[in-house]
Every structure is written in C-alpha cells, then in structure tokens.
Design a binder for this molecule. Sequence first.
Ligand code: SF4
Length: 368
Amino acid sequence: MCLKSNGGLKMNSPLIIPFFIPHAGCPFTCVFCNQWEISGEKDEVKAEDIDKSVEEYLKRARIWPGRQIEIAYFGGTFTAIPVDKQIALLEAAAEQKKKGRIKGIRLSTRPDCINEEILERLLAYGVTTVELGAQSLVDEVLEKTHRGHSVEDIVKATRLLRKYPFQVGYQLMLGLPGDTNASARLTGERAVELAPDIIRIYPTLVLKGTTLARWYAQGKYAPWTLERAVEMAAYWLGLFSLHHIPVIRMGLNPTENISPERDLLAGPYHSAFGELVENSLMLKQIVSAFEKEDFKKDSKITILCNSRSCSKVIGQKRCNFEYIKEKYGFSKISIEFTNKLGKDDLVVCNTFESITVKREDFLEKYRI
Ligand code: SF4
C-alpha cells in the first residue's frame, strides 16, 4: 500500500462551502457517529454568520471561470432540525444565491426524515441537491449499525425525491458492523438500481466517543483493514462508473472534517483514500492485459495512457509498477503519454504486440 497524495484538483470539481450542523435534530445514535467530532465545530451554525463566512471562504478559495460554487449544510439531519432554524439557514443560503456568490445549495439528511411538505420547502428556497445518508442497502447492516431506518425507507425517499428537480446523492459506508464483502457488493448493486445522481464513499472509522469505539474496545467490532476498504471501494467505483454515476468523494476530508490525531481510534483512514482507490482500479485494468499468456514472455512492457491518468497508472510511490514487476516478473515498465487515448484508457505493449484496454470495456467485462 502506498502512502502519498498529489493533492490534485479536478477542473470540474465544484467549490463546496461547508457548514456543519453537528448532530442537530437527529434523534438517533448510529454506532459510528460522533458528529461533534466529525464536524470539528462545537458551536452552533447561526444563519446570521453565513454571509460573513461565505465572504471569508471565497477570499481563500481557488475559483476559476465556470467553477460551480455551492453552500452545503452537512453533518446532522437538516430536515429534522426545528423548522424555524431550517428556514433561517435556507434564507441565508438563498441570500447568497441572490448575491450571485453561489449557484447551488446542498444538504444532507436521513431517508426517513423527508416528506412532500419538507421537500416543497427545500425547493422554495432553491435547494439543488439532497444527499441521503443511506450508508448501507442491506437491512441487517443497517440494524446492527442502529441506523433506525430500513432499506425500504431509502427506496421510498429516493422515489419521493425523484418527483422533484433535486440532484439526489447517496452517502455510502463500507465496513459497518455486520458488513461483509458480499453485503457491500449487494449495497453497490442496489445503489445502481436506485440510480442516485452522485455518490460519496466512506470507509467506516472508529471515532472516539462513539458506540463503535466501545465495541472496538470490547472486541465486538473489528474495523476493516485499509487494503480491504480500498479493494471494496475500487469495486464500487468501477461499478458506479460503469453505470455513469459520479463518485464525488471517497474518504473523509482530513482538513475539514477530521483530525486523525484527535478523533481517530482505529480503522482504514488514509488522507488520500480516494487516490488509493483510483490506483487500485487502474492496477486491475493494467493487469487484465496480462491474461494473454504469451504477453508475459517478454520481460519489458510499455504502458500508453492519457497524461491525465499518469499518477493512477504508476500509483503512489510507484506502487502499481512495483507490484506488477514483482508479481509478473517484468524487468522494466515504461510509461508513455498520448492524449489520443481517452482518460483511463490504456494500451499495454511488449515487443511483439499491443493490447488496448478501454476503461469501459474493462469494467463491463470484469465487473471488477
Ligand atoms: S443519523 Fe446522521 S447525525 Fe444522526 S446519529 Fe446517525 S449519522 Fe449521526
């Protein structure tokens, strides 16, 4: 496993100005949750502070022409906080839209905390994206995690949201209590059937002060290893990419949401989790070219890729190349760039032949 981030920013990534509503309004106690710790913000977010906060945030942010800017109310269960507070926060966000500072408003909530009246209100204030904390699409995992809602609630919430022009997001977790490779795969497959517009993937971490921390100390819960979490997230990423569902985040953001030193007790945390996942998926794609037995007779190979995929092909600290050399016995691997290839498409060559491995074909054929 390689451990380094290039910190790259995609040109189409929106600028999200996050306001954390820690645990506010949430009557549940999911075993993994310590929203006060996750948000890192013990003080209540006040509607009257939004204007100044947005102004300050924009001064520090990297903005380029056409970059989508949004306000996000994350952390708790927005639609379960007192209605007057919801309205005050929504008005404050709508005001930023009027000022032309932002284009979108997004918020997160639970699948069992929306109804038509609530969604009408969100729409009236210009909310553009509703992210559901789905976490798992397997009832047994939801029960063991003390989520307090079922898969059916997620299905109903998704159907209801589809009656409105919101972008629908899912937040999914892997490695929850009771989660297995099979149930995580099932969650991925069911998510595809429900077809949200965007997905965030989070590995389950053991945070201090949570029920999970107690279970961990008592030996009742074992977190997934980083390798296992990366492997399953790569499966999800491949599956969702195949069905054209963008994965907009993988792993917690260490700068905004979590301080590993302060909050983390155990679990598959990595500051560049998303990159590890992307690299892992690309490694599988490269290796798929070696299925042809003859191909491995040559000791040197060259990989052609789009320059945008370079870091994924090589892997952090060259981990993909080192793995391939060790596992398949190649003495030399070279990389060359051609922007004639689509992003994430590859051509793997030895002295005698070239094998094209397009990302979409690879995902379709191998189903990871
Ligand atoms: S529903 Fe959300 S805010 Fe409430 S306990 Fe669970 S994870 Fe935390």
